[in-house]
Write a protein that binds this ligand. Structure first.
Ligand code: AHR
Length: 505
């Protein structure tokens, strides 16, 4: 027998405006993300610049609004000057973070071409590991200033006369981690970030800066790192970067030992974590007696559990972190996207890590690619969530999980865009065995019509796509339910993600 649940929506009961920049991606010089992923001149599918046209088409489907580059751990040893000028003269270097060889055939200009072609906002990370604050300011000069100075003239000589106008700048990457090249303690990092931000903003006052927060909750420096960096760097930053990776910790063990119920409820932890960091931000603002705001930039997040990294053995495009995603991973990704909507008042940028091959929604080989399961929730959210995030009222059955105690079996988020009248509801039925009949009730403005419905579901949480069976798990359009006044009843299969869009006249 199906479970039942009720969801109430009111278009003026809102959490905050949804920033389109929460639908972002991350492209690192790591594994086969850039080389053999985005850029592969040896592929029959590459265009005249070496960009993979099939990959570009899939990336366009996801509609990424911002793209972080060039790392990640890679950036902490990266010399941006290596990536400019004639390709034949660019140096080959050992990329120490991933034990690989960097050919520098793809650099700042190639990335900007890629971002422009995709219609996505670039977000650059500067090297605060081995790099100096001067290198960081020089890069801003190279990328953004009108000609007439050393680096802007060099950019023009390299073929780009107009400044690129890169607005978003990350002050290093995961500087809290001892694994990071040039790791610093919180106070030392904050001081270096402040000095870098000063130089970078004096160079181009129009830029926005993003300081490194804690890279994960397991670090014993969490949350003291965050409090220190926020308080010391507050006046010099616009955003605070956070990362979150999680996966089913028991994967690889016999199925009966796998705690899938807890895994499927992991947005409960993510919601709490975002609240904790938001509280640290509020505290820093009070401490500084400041009128300005700092928002969260969740510039790395994803499921990551099966493979390990760092085994590149100095190859040019090593196969590292090539995670294969299944149905349960897609359901978790859908819920974490829901977390960003539920916290729309504080999370203003988010980037899935990464976009191709490395823990990514797309997997390539030289002659083709396939979309992983997580591609579908990402694309559905990015295409349909807009306007304000709604504070939904959910009355759903609960169950007991080992890790998170009692949790609702239904995860819901919703958006409403007042100017267009477009609404969207995103629902995950976490139950592994029971369908759920959900009644949606729009309390104030009833939909004039339902405009679309899509669903992902399956009996096997481990079902995944592959080159051989690329469409084993996808989202499919489903029949529109009947609209009865302001109400709609939907049947959600067990282990499912459903999106319903509406137009409110
Ligand atoms: O995205 C993979 C790696 O994860 C990034 O390089 C690093 O920032 C994080 O630890």
């Amino acid at each position: 027998e199906a479970l039942t649940a009720r969801v109430s929506l009111h278009t003026r009961r809102t959490v905050g405006a949804i920033s389109p920049l929460i639908f972002g991606g991350f492209a690192e010089h790591m594994g086969r993300c850039i080389y053999e992923g985005i850029y592969d001149p040896a592929s029959p599918l590459a265009d005249e610049r070496g960009l993979r046209s099939d990959v570009m088409a899939a990336l366009r489907e996801t509609n990424y609004r911002i793209m972080r580059y060039p790392g990640g751990n890679f950036v902490s040893g990266y010399r941006w000057q290596d990536g400019i000028g004639p390709k034949a003269e660019r140096p080959r270097r050992r990329a120490l973070a991933w034990r690989s060889t960097e050919t520098n055939q793809f650099g700042p200009h190639e990335f900007m071409d890629f971002a422009r072609e995709l219609g996505t906002e670039p977000m650059w990370a500067v090297n605060l590991g081995t790099g100096s604050i001067q290198d960081a300011a020089d890069l801003v000069e190279y990328m953004n200033l009108p000609t007439g100075t050393h680096y802007s003239d060099l950019r023009a000589a390299n073929g780009q006369r107009e400044g690129y106008g890169v607005k978003y700048w990350c002050l290093g990457n995961e500087m809290d981690g001892p694994w990071q090249i040039g790791h610093l303690d919180a106070a030392a990092y904050a001081d270096k970030a402040v000095e870098a931000a000063k130089l970078m903003r004096w160079t181009d006052p129009g830029i926005k800066t993003i300081a490194c927060g804690s890279s994960n909750t397991a670090m014993d420096t969490f949350p003291s790192w965050d409090r220190t960096v926020l308080e010391r760097a507050w006046e010099h930053i616009d955003y605070f970067s956070m990362h979150y990776y999680a996966g089913n910790p028991n994967m690889g063990e016999p199925k009966e030992q796998v705690d899938t119920d807890s895994y499927l409820a992991s947005s409960v932890h993510f919601d709490e974590h975002v609240d904790t960091v938001a509280a640290a931000i509020r505290l820093a603002k009070a401490q500084r007696r400041s009128r300005k705001d700092v928002y969260l930039c969740w510039d790395e997040w994803n499921v990551w559990y099966r493979a390990t990294g760092g085994d590149g053995e100095w190859a040019e495009a090593p196969h590292i972190l090539e995670e294969v995603y299944n149905l349960e991973d897609a359901l978790v990704v859908a819920q974490w996207l829901g977390t960003f909507l539920r916290k729309a008042d504080v999370v203003k940028i988010a980037c899935i890590a990464q976009i191709v091959n490395v823990i990514a929604p797309i997997m390539t080989r030289r002659d083709g690619m396939f979309r992983q399961t997580i591609f579908y929730p990402l694309t559905l959210f990015s295409r349909h969530a807009a306007g304000d995030s709604l504070d939904v009222l959910v009355d759903a059955p609960t169950h007991e999980t080992r890790k998170f105690g009692e949790v609702p079996l239904l995860d819901v988020t919703a958006s409403f865009d007042a100017p267009s009248g477009d609404g969207a509801v995103f629902l995950v039925n976490r139950s592994q065995g029971q369908a759920m009949q959900v009644t949606l009730n729009w309390e104030d403005v009833s939909p004039g019509s339902l405009t679309g419905a899509w669903q992902m579901s399956g009996r096997d949480p481990r079902a995944a796509n592959s080159f051989e069976v690329p469409d084993a798990v996808t989202s499919r359009p489903i029949a529109l339910p009947v609209l009865d006044g302001g109400k709609v009843t939907l049947l959600l299969p067990p282990l499912s993600f459903t999106v319903l869009t509406s137009r409110h006249a």
